[in-house]
Design a protein around this ligand. Structure first.
Ligand SMILES: *Cc1c(COP(=O)(O)O)cnc(C)c1O
Length: 459
C-alpha cells in the first residue's frame, strides 16, 4: 500500500491565521485553538491511512476545525436566550440579576473592599452586618443571616438546634422538590430525627402538640412548592404553628422555599405568602432562597429571632456554608431595589412579570414580519401561550403570554431546536406538536435583534 501523502495537508499556521479560527482565541485561548486544529489534522491523517483517500481540502478541514471550536466553546458556561417561558429555570441559572447587582459584583469583586472590616473602629468587622440590616427592614425580623442556598439554610438550622433531637413535620409536607432535594433526607442528614405527624391530607395543631417530647427541638412547616393538594385537606398555618410551638417551648421554623419579599398580586399573580407575613405570624425562623421570587443571586436567607441567629453564627458549620463577597454584593444591590417602589422593575424577574401581553405581541409580530420579509422557507406565527414562574413557586399559575412559533419545516421542530442550541448564543424553546415555540416573556427585549438573525440563519 502507498504511504498517504500527509504533506498535502494544510499546515497548522494556515488555520491559525484564518480570521474565523482566530476569533476563538479570545474565548478559548491560543493553546486550545491550536489543539483543536491539531485534532482535526490528526483525524484527517488517520482517515487517509485507513481508507487510502486523498487529503481533504482546506475548506472541509476548516469546517471541521470550526465545529470542534464551537463544541469546545459551548462546553463552557455561556449565556442563552431563554424562550422556554419558565421565568425561574434552574437549568438556566434561575433569576437573572438586576443591572445594579451585576455592577456591584464587578466593582466589589474586582477590588478590595470592607467585607470583614469595620471602617469606624479600624478593626475586624462582620461579613453579614450590612445585608442583615436590609433584610431586617424588609422582613420585620429582628435577626437575619445569609448562606449558600436554602438547602444550606435548612441544614444550618437543623444542625444548630436539632442534632440528636426531634423535628416534628406534617406528613403532607415531607416533600421532594426535585434536583435530589428530599426534605426527609435533608432532615436525617443533619442528625435530627424526623417525627411525622398527621395524615397525608390533614394535619392539626393537636398533632404537633401530642408529638412533643423531651427531645423535641423544632416544629417545622414547609412550603409544598411544586405540588398542590386540594379537596379534603388541612394544614396548620404559620400563626397557629407559632402558637403551639410557643406553648410547647420549641422553635417554630418554616422553609418558605421561594420566599417572596413583596405581595406578587400587583403582577396579577395569586397571593404567595411573604417572608414578612411569616415573621408577623410569630414564626421563630424562616428560610428561603435568594434566586427564586426574590430575584437575586443564589443564596439562602434566614430571618427570625435575633438570639437564634446569634447561635447559628457561632456554629462552626457556618464557615463551610458562608457566602462570598460577590454574592453579598449582588444581594445587597438587589435588596436596594426593594427599598424604592420605582426601582422594583430593575429586577429582571419583575420586569418580565410586568410586561403587558400587548407589548409581547408587538415584539413577536415585529420579529415575524422581519423573518417573513427575509424570505425564509419556514412559517412564522404569533400565538398566545402561557409562562410559569418555576423555581417551585406558584406551580399551578399560568401567566398569559405570547409566543413566536416556527412552523413545520424541513428538519422538524426537534431538528430546529437542535440547530438553535448550537447558535451563539444558543436559543432554547419548547416543542409543541409540529412547532418550535419561543415564549417572548422570558426573552429580553434587547435580545430580539440577535434572535431574529439567529432564527433567519437557522431555518
Ligand atoms: C427551592 C426550595 C428549596 C431549596 O432551595 P435552594 O436555594 O435551591 O437550596 C428548599 N425548600 C423549598 C420549599 C423550595 O421550594
Amino acid at each position: 500500500m502507498q504511504t498517504p501523502h500527509y504533506g498535502a495537508l494544510p499546515a497548522v499556521h494556515r488555520f491559525m491565521d484564518d480570521v474565523a479560527v482566530a476569533a476563538f482565541e479570545e474565548p478559548l485561548g491560543r493553546t486550545a485553538v491550536r489543539t483543536c486544529v491539531q485534532e482535526a489534522l490528526a483525524e484527517a491523517r488517520s482517515a487517509m491511512a485507513q481508507r487510502a483517500c486523498p487529503p481533504p481540502n482546506y475548506a472541509s478541514l476548516r469546517g471541521h476545525v470550526l465545529g470542534l471550536l464551537s463544541q469546545r466553546e459551548a462546553s463552557g458556561l455561556i449565556g442563552v436566550i431563554n424562550g422556554s417561558g419558565v421565568l425561574l429555570h434552574t437549568n438556566f441559572g434561575r433569576a437573572p440579576l438586576a443591572k445594579a447587582a451585576v455592577d456591584a459584583v464587578r466593582d466589589l469583586g474586582g477590588a478590595y473592599n470592607n467585607l470583614e472590616y469595620d471602617l469606624k473602629r479600624g478593626e475586624r468587622g462582620e461579613r453579614y452586618d450590612r445585608v442583615a440590616s436590609q433584610l431586617r427592614e424588609l422582613s420585620g425580623a429582628p435577626g437575619a443571616l445569609v448562606v449558600n442556598n436554602c438547602a444550606a439554610a435548612i441544614l444550618l438550622v437543623l444542625d444548630t438546634f436539632a442534632r440528636g433531637r426531634e423535628v416534628v413535620v406534617s406528613r403532607g409536607q415531607l416533600i421532594e422538590i426535585g434536583g435530589s432535594f428530599r426534605l426527609p433526607d435533608v432532615l436525617s442528614r443533619s442528625g435530627a430525627t424526623v417525627v411525622e405527624v398527621g395524615t397525608t391530607n390533614r394535619t392539626y395543631a393537636d398533632d404537633y402538640r401530642t408529638a412533643r417530647t423531651d427531645r423535641t427541638a423544632i416544629f417545622m412547616r414547609t412550603h409544598a412548592s411544586n405540588f398542590r393538594m386540594s379537596g379534603f385537606t388541612a394544614q396548620v398555618g404559620p400563626g397557629e404553628l407559632a402558637a403551639v410551638a410557643a406553648e410547647s417551648a420549641v422553635i417554630a421554623f418554616e422553609d418558605l422555599g421561594s420566599g417572596a419579599l413583596i405581595d406578587l398580586s400587583r403582577f396579577g399573580l395569586p397571593h404567595e405568602p411573604t417572608v414578612a407575613e411569616s415573621i408577623a405570624a410569630g414564626l421563630d425562623l424562616v428560610a428561603f432562597s435568594g434566586d427564586k421570587l426574590l430575584g437575586g443571586p443564589q443564596c439562602g436567607i434566614l430571618c427570625g429571632r435575633a438570639d437564634l441567629v446569634e447561635r447559628m453564627k457561632r456554629n462552626p458549620l457556618l464557615r463551610a456554608l458562608r457566602v462570598d463577597k460577590m454574592t453579598l454584593a449582588a444581594l445587597a444591590a438587589t435588596l436596594a431595589c426593594y427599598c424604592k417602589p420605582d426601582r422594583l422593575l430593575e429586577i429582571p424577574l419583575f420586569a418580565m412579570l410586568a410586561e403587558p401581553e400587548s407589548s409581547l405581541r408587538r415584539r413577536a409580530q415585529l420579529l415575524c414580519a422581519q423573518l417573513r420579509a427575509g424570505g425564509s422557507a419556514a412559517e412564522f406565527e404569533v400565538r398566545p401561550t402561557t409562562s410559569i414562574t418555576g423555581g417551585g413557586a406558584l406551580p399551578c399559575v399560568e401567566i398569559p403570554s405570547v409566543a413566536l412559533c416556527v412552523g413545520p419545516q424541513g428538519s422538524g421542530p426537534a431538528g430546529l431546536a437542535r440547530k438553535l442550541r448550537t447558535t451563539r448564543p444558543p436559543v432554547i424553546g419548547r416543542i409543541e406538536e409540529t412547532r418550535l415555540v419561543l415564549d417572548m416573556r422570558t426573552i429580553f427585549p434587547e435580545q430580539d435583534g440577535v434572535l431574529c438573525d439567529l432564527l433567519a440563519g437557522a431555518v
